[in-house]
Design a binder for this molecule. Sequence first.
Ligand code: SF4
Length: 357
Amino acid sequence: MSIQIQRKKTRQVSVGPVKIGGNAPVAVQSMTNTFTHDIPATVKLIHRLEAAGCEIIRVAVPDMPAAEAIRSIKNQIHIPLIADIHFDYRLALAALKAGADGLRINPGNIGSNKKVKAVADQARDYGVPIRVGVNAGSLEKDLRKKYGVTPEAMVQSALRHVELLRSFDFHDIKISIKASDVLTTLEAYRLLSSKTDLPLHVGVTEAGTLYSGTVKSAIGIGMLLYEGIGDTIRVSLTRDPVEEVRVGYEILKALNIRQRGPEIISCPTCGRCQVNLFSIVDQIESALMNKTIPIKIAIMGCVVNGPGEAKEADIGIAGGAGQGILFKKGKVVKKVKEKDLVKVLLEEVEKIEELRN
Ligand code: SF4
């Protein structure tokens, strides 16, 4: 029996057909980095993200052409789309009209209460949720003055915006309060979670490059999820957004929250390894990149210890001198020529996939 994390039960909202909060699975999001008005490029990227398992996509809406592009983009994609709006409430209204399934706004920079009300009223009419997205870098002056850039200030800012939306009888709300500093992010979400049952979108903002961003996100998002906090996640990386989705799923897989696609376990190699395991792992990983079958695959460096060390894997290979083995649940199935190891393993995965379908 695997250990399961107890998630905090939050109120549920729907972004198009995707449920967030309540008993819904933790949804994986990403954001496009194309110009939104460049419809072909944006659609192409979203299709790649869909193939990687992205469940909700956010696009920046800095101007009217971007807002208007949403209609055409929506017609060509298969996952709900969230419009990310700053400063101009008319962009939010235009994005809603164009079919956005969700809005991300920072009501603090949308302008007067009257403008926020106009957005809330229209979002309610369209049945579209709003994410109140607070960033440590853009806190209101009075809160910065009172608390400094602290978790307390971020939480106060978020709750203030939530209250404003509620005062307009708008309730389909999610919240995020991101900082690029992991410890601030952790404290802020903990505090926020203790004060609200609204669903939370969790992430570490501007997390950085592939290595540093992955580590920061794995710690920040991972610790919160471990504590039961978080209903949807976005990993931020200065990279192809497809990598964000992959890292997101790896975090969820590592915490046993969601399974998507194969889980590869591989040994670090040591002086007993006589094959080029790094290349074998790379080949298998890229061949299985977009598979959705949940299967544990072991790729081990030597026949002596490999199968034993990877007993929990559904299937695996272990290298040897010129010849390796294929094993299932730690038991040797057959010997395989070294040059055929990758091919044989991939064929076996296909067979298991057919059996399970
Ligand atoms: S499986 Fe073999 S090669 Fe890999 S770390 Fe263990 S002993 Fe070394």
